[in-house]
Structure formats: structure tokens, C-alpha cells
Design a protein around this ligand. Structure first.
Ligand code: ZN
Length: 372
């Protein structure tokens, strides 16, 4: 057998940490125990299914910007990424989808895998825009068809109470697009019906940044969050920068949803840049102490990276490292149907993040190549 590249360290598996060695080419070929392995951790590459930007670049700016933000997040451990659009006039959104398709075709040299696009907006509620600019529209059949025909949309954020939403959910689900309920005014019943519609069409249900831009849980008004958490089939994104969701709320969701909960960054262009003024979807925002706000004070995306989200889950969320690793890799892989990655096992892609004992990124590997 020819000599394969190897990595030694504390291998983070779904249920435990194994001191050992991984041999690989583009795929993992062997995982073996090795009691004297160094103390650094080896984790599966991270997967970010909702990310607008970073390092000054935004998906909506086009091809060069998508390359730039992808490389930025790669350096923080993200080896699979879904560049995410924002609510803008429809021609701008279509331009962004075509740019993502271009980058997907060519790939990003020494960058992460581009799995496709997350279409966040414009099919959202004008009453739950959060930081989305005011260009929300109903998911009319012609626009839904136009989006699906790009072949690049893997996830769509959709408010199920909108006109045409039912047929839109069916069309997206039948095309294999994950339908992520969010930026919505839907109540418990509407959310539950939407989950049924998507499942009946053979689709996969998600939720866009659970708890944010949707009604909360109340005793007499369970809201969409309860429908999603109790459904047994719905996945949910969470922005765990500890500003969008309290650590206790994270623990509650995690306890109920288990591996159906996944972390995303929802990062905007200011991620990785110093505090100060920035832009989101053409709106002025301010970044201070890791929090992004619109002039009115509401949260406007994040400057989170997945390595920080992982540390937050361990340090603020009280989670074990194997379970925290699942939130940034395995759970998202399951949601997105990426069964070739997300766990360190023989036959899977050789996508690795090597971290020191304080969970700081030391090395990133994509398909067996060290890229950061
Ligand atoms: Zn977003």
C-alpha cells in the first residue's frame, strides 16, 4: 500500500473522543487508535448553510466577493458553505444566484466546497423582516420556477402564511430544495400545516435562525417554534453568538431537537473586520463588541464564525465537544443530504479542522489538501 497522508490527534467522533490517527487521500481511508496521540483535536470540517458575507465581502456583490467570503470562513473551519442571498429587488437576487452558480461551477481554489445557494428572501413576511431590506414579495409560481431553474438553490427561507406559499413549498420540495420556515408571522397551526405540506411533497423541513424573526413560545400561544421543535422531522438553524439566542434557550432547543439542531453564522460582510460602520443589503449598520445593529437598534445579522459558535456551545452552552462538533458538521450534513461528510469515518471526505486545546483553529483540510 502506498503511503497515505496522516493526521494524529484527539479524533472527535459523534459520541466520544478517540486518541488516534486518520489516514486519508481525498477520502478517509483508516481511523486507528493511538494512545500517545498529541493533544490537539481533529474535527470534521464545518458546514455553514446560512452565511451572507465576511472580510468585507457580501454574496450580493457577485463572484469575486463570494470567493473572498468563502476563503474567510474557510480559515475559521468552514469546509462546506452555502452563500446566502438577502431580500432585494428580484433581478438583484437572480444575479446573485447566477454568481453563486458560476462559483459553484469553477470552485474556489484552496477554498471550501460551494454546495449551492441559500435563498433568504424575498419570499418572507414584510412584517418580520428583521434586518432584511423592505423588498419582500409573495412566492409567485413564475418566480419560484425561475429560482428553481437556476439549479443552484439548496435551501429557501419561506414564510408559509404568504399568498402562493403552499404551491411554492411543494415546488421547492419536489425540486429537492430544503424549505426553511422563517421571517414569518405564522402561528402554531400555520407552521404545522406547512411542515405537513413539505413532508407530503417529499421535502425536508428547516427553520431559519430558530427564535429570531418569528413569534416566541407563550403558554397559550405556542407559535411556530413549538411546531418546529415538536415535529420530529424539522431541522432548525441557530445563530449561537449568545446575542441572538440566550445560552439557556439554546440548551432547551438542543435538548428537544438533538441532532435536528444546527449552527449557522448568518454572518454579514463585517465579520472579521474591526468594529465600526458597515452595510447589510444596502442598509447602514453598526458593529460594536461582536453585535451588528440597524440604526433602530435591532440585530442585523452577525459577525459570527463557526469556530466561535463551537466554543460558545462548549463554554456557554455546557455541551460536550463531540455534541458541539455535531452542531457545526454532522447535523447540517444530515439536513442538507450531504452523506459523504460531517463525520470522521472511513469513506467520508477528508475535510478536517485541527484545533488546539482551547479550540482555536490550527489547520483546515479540504478533500485531503491542507488549505489553511
Ligand atoms: Zn440571513
Amino acid at each position: 500500500m502506498t503511503h497515505l497522508p496522516e493526521l494524529d490527534g484527539q479524533i472527535v467522533l459523534p459520541e466520544r473522543i478517540l486518541p488516534g490517527r486518520i489516514a486519508f487521500d481525498r477520502r478517509i481511508r483508516a481511523v486507528t487508535a493511538r494512545p500517545d496521540a498529541p493533544r490537539r483535536y481533529i474535527l470534521p470540517g464545518f458546514i455553514d448553510g446560512h452565511v451572507h458575507g465576511g472580510d468585507g465581502a457580501d454574496t450580493m456583490d457577485g463572484v469575486a466577493a463570494i470567493h473572498r467570503l468563502s476563503r474567510f470562513h474557510l480559515a475559521h473551519g468552514t469546509t462546506t458553505i452555502l452563500p446566502t442571498t438577502i431580500t432585494r429587488p428580484w433581478p438583484d437576487v437572480m444575479d446573485a444566484l447566477r454568481a453563486i452558480a458560476d462559483v459553484c461551477r469553477t470552485g474556489v481554489t484552496d477554498g471550501p466546497a460551494i454546495h449551492g445557494a441559500h435563498l433568504e428572501g424575498p419570499f418572507v413576511s414584510p412584517h418580520k423582516l428583521g434586518a432584511q431590506p423592505p423588498f419582500a414579495i409573495a412566492p409567485s409560481p413564475d418566480k419560484v420556477r425561475e429560482a428553481v431553474e437556476t439549479g443552484i438553490v439548496r435551501v429557501v427561507t419561506l414564510a408559509p402564511e404568504l399568498e402562493h406559499a403552499e404551491s411554492a413549498m411543494q415546488t421547492f420540495a419536489e425540486a429537492g430544495v430544503r424549505v426553511s420556515l422563517g421571517h414569518m408571522t405564522a402561528d402554531y397551526d400555520q407552521a404545522e400545516r406547512a411542515i405537513c405540506t413539505i413532508c407530503a411533497a417529499g421535502g425536508t423541513v428547516g427553520a431559519t435562525h430558530l427564535f429570531n424573526a418569528m413569534s416566541p413560545i407563550e403558554g397559550r400561544r405556542p407559535g411556530p417554534v413549538t411546531a418546529l421543535m415538536c415535529s420530529d422531522v424539522a431541522y432548525a438553524e441557530m445563530i449561537f453568538d449568545t446575542h441572538h439566542v440566550h445560552p439557556a434557550t439554546f440548551r432547551l432547543a438542543s435538548r428537544i431537537m438533538g441532532s435536528r439542531l444546527l449552527f449557522v453564522t448568518d454572518a454579514m460582510r463585517g465579520a472579521g473586520l474591526p468594529d465600526g460602520p458597515s452595510q447589510l443589503g444596502g442598509q447602514d449598520v453598526t458593529i460594536r463588541d461582536g453585535v451588528v445593529r440597524l440604526p433602530g437598534g435591532s440585530l442585523a445579522g452577525s459577525v459570527l464564525t463557526l469556530d466561535v459558535a463551537l466554543r460558545n456551545a462548549v463554554e456557554s452552552g455546557g455541551m460536550s465537544l463531540p455534541r458541539a462538533a455535531g452542531l457545526v458538521s454532522f447535523n447540517a450534513a444530515q439536513y442538507l443530504g450531504l452523506h459523504d461528510r460531517g463525520v470522521l469515518a472511513v469513506g467520508r471526505r477528508a475535510d478536517f479542522v485541527v484545533m488546539d486545546e482551547r479550540l482555536r483553529v490550527q489547520e483546515v483540510w479540504v478533500e485531503g489538501r491542507r488549505v489553511a
